[in-house]
Write a protein of this length. Sequence first.
Length: 292
Amino acid sequence: MKTDRPREFLDYLTHQKRYSENTVAAYRRDLTRFTGWLDVPFRDTRSHHISSYVAFLHGKGLAPRSIQRALSCIRSFFRYLEKNADADQNPAAGNKSPNKRARLPNLLDTDQAARLFVFDAKTDIEKRDRAIMELLYGSGLRLTELTNLCVRDLHLESGFVTVLGKGGKTRQVPMGSHCIDAINTWLQCRALSAPDPPVFTSRGGSRISPRNVQARLKVWALRQLGSNQLHPHMLRHSFASHILESSSDLRAVQELLGHAHIATTQIYTHLDFQYLAKVYDAAHPRAQSQDD
């Protein structure tokens, strides 16, 4: 019953849709759980099966956000089956996701962000960590964007970095003087003899892992701020919020963050969306109606 379609679907997301590794991994977990629960062939799956599955997830104590993601995965999977004539309908199409409250990530205020960087980087690791935090907060990079950076992506004289974001899309993000100085200082600590060296490496010289970055941020947060509740996305969110609060330029923040849709950018702000929409309508030429 299960066939190879789930595996082929995940390959399709990876190679054709070019979803990120993290997204594909999440879909794999959701799809594995669903196919393990389902006791009828895909072609015979109906809406009531999906409703029962949602009830099953509720019973497991999953949060509304996790259930919403699971439903999104199932819808996408059955669209794929329909496209390949392995299903006559999408049984998840009419199932509504559970209501969830929009939850804003925590962020640092400007004083906390400043205190995070008040230290003298003496060791190589400290110099590396400063450069990492400067890029996360100063340029708003995602964690995987940062760990995937190679030295060739840096344009220090011009003051920007080329980032490979979600969906394989590249964007150029400016770097401030503090960030450029920190990266230059870090690069002087290491040999760059490899043909395409990563920007950030571990103690052993290999490309730094996301888990390592997360752990180092907690170390610095405890040392500088008295709490270990700091993670890479908090610095990205702080970057976006501080830029937007200062400039009110929603479109610019969207570009800096690499969001495909402007509505996504609203999630990363503390400002009311109606105000953001007003800013967008006033600032973006495509948002304005033209009277001929």
